[in-house]
Write a protein that binds this ligand. Structure first.
Ligand code: 3HC
Length: 294
């Protein structure tokens, strides 16, 4: 499929990534169906996209008319049949291989024959997701970074059977969305998380073994290497459960003990300290300014 033919995309999952992806597409002139089985998640997604567009209008980055047009290109649904009109469907649901495979089986049934099925997975094998469909050559990884409206990258992941045509159409679409594309083969963690997560894990080891305080670890990486967030702050932003699950995928998939998750990361997740989304992770976000909790 040529990118010019991609007029409508479907996004499955109304969470932070799904709503961000839907916003990016609508802002680049593409009609979007945003699907979530939970109407409350859809209401939250719509409110967050509207707030984001209104902010851009208030900063004069978009005219009022452009803002209205963007929102007009976005439709929400809980009915999967609506995705039949989509030329490309991106799933951005929970990081569970079983749940994603079940979704891919359903999407394969309802999507039009020519449609590309893409996954925003951060680490699950595209080849295995593709194998649950009858169109593995039309399945691909399209990994957006968080927050999608701000981050300039899309990591495209080619499964074992992804066709050149699917790759070219997905790359062209990504560029149409204003993103720079990098391409990864389908190995655990792809490129970004293969490099990022061991760094975050190592920051947890530095904290766990008493090398330094969390603040000094983060300041060291922020001012010492010009990262916008320190690794522990970034882990809270991503979600400690997500970081742990990616470390487990690296550990199992690459079979090297250097990827073993830090016990402190495991303990925080066990304690429900999942990061910003829970109000507490490495840092405590329940107070106005972050506390000094260990
Ligand atoms: N949606 C839309 N716009 C947003 C936004 C969001 N969720 N969050 C921030 N912005 C915009 C702000 O409106 C602001 O716009 P402006 O410059 O036009 O005023 C701009 O981004 C900067 O935001 P802030 O001033 O509020 O805050 P910061 O300057 O601290 O930037 C940040 C926030 C962009 C999140 C920055 O801290 C950052 O880049 N952090 C690192 C993020 C990162 O590494 N992401 C990748 C994580 S790894 C990943 O996603 C892979 C996955 O598989 C785990």
């Amino acid at each position: 499929m040529a990118t010019a033919e991609i007029k409508m995309i479907g996004v499955v999952g109304g969470g932070q990534m799904g709503s961000g992806i839907a916003q990016v597409a609508a802002m680049h002139g593409i009609n979007v169906w945003l699907l979530d089985t939970d109407p409350q998640a859809l209401a939250k997604a719509t409110a967050s996209i509207s707030a984001s567009i209104n902010l851009l209008v208030s900063k004069a980055r978009l005219s009022q008319e452009q803002g209205t047009d963007v929102l007009g290109r976005l439709r929400c649904t809980s009915n999967m049949e609506e995705l039949h009109s989509a030329d490309l469907i991106i799933e951005a649901i929970v990081e569970s291989e079983d749940i994603k495979k079940t979704l891919f089986v359903q999407l394969d049934k309802i999507a039009k024959r020519s449609a590309i099925l893409a996954s925003n997975t951060s680490s699950i094998s595209i080849t295995r997701l593709a194998s649950s469909t009858s169109r593995p050559h039309q399945v691909i990884g399209m990994h957006f970074m968080n927050p999608p409206p701000v981050m300039k990258l899309i990591e495209i992941v080619r499964g074992a059977d992804t066709s050149d045509e699917t790759f070219k159409a997905t790359k062209a679409l990504s560029e149409r969305l204003g993103k720079t594309v990098i391409t990864s083969q389908d190995y655990s963690g792809f490129i970004v998380n293969r490099v990022l997560m061991p760094m975050i894990n190592e920051a947890f080891f530095a904290l766990y073994t008493g090398v330094a305080t969390k603040e000094d670890i983060d300041t060291g990486m922020k001012l010492g290497t010009n990262h916008p967030m320190g690794p522990l702050e970034l882990a809270d932003f991503i979600g400690l459960d997500v970081c742990l699950s990616i470390m487990k995928v690296l550990h199992v998939g690459l079979g090297d003990n250097k990827y073993a998750p830090c016990p402190l990361l495991v303990q925080y997740v066990d304690a429900g300290r999942l990061g910003r989304k829970r109000g507490i992770g490495v840092y405590d976000y329940t107070k106005e300014s972050r506390s000094k909790k260990p």
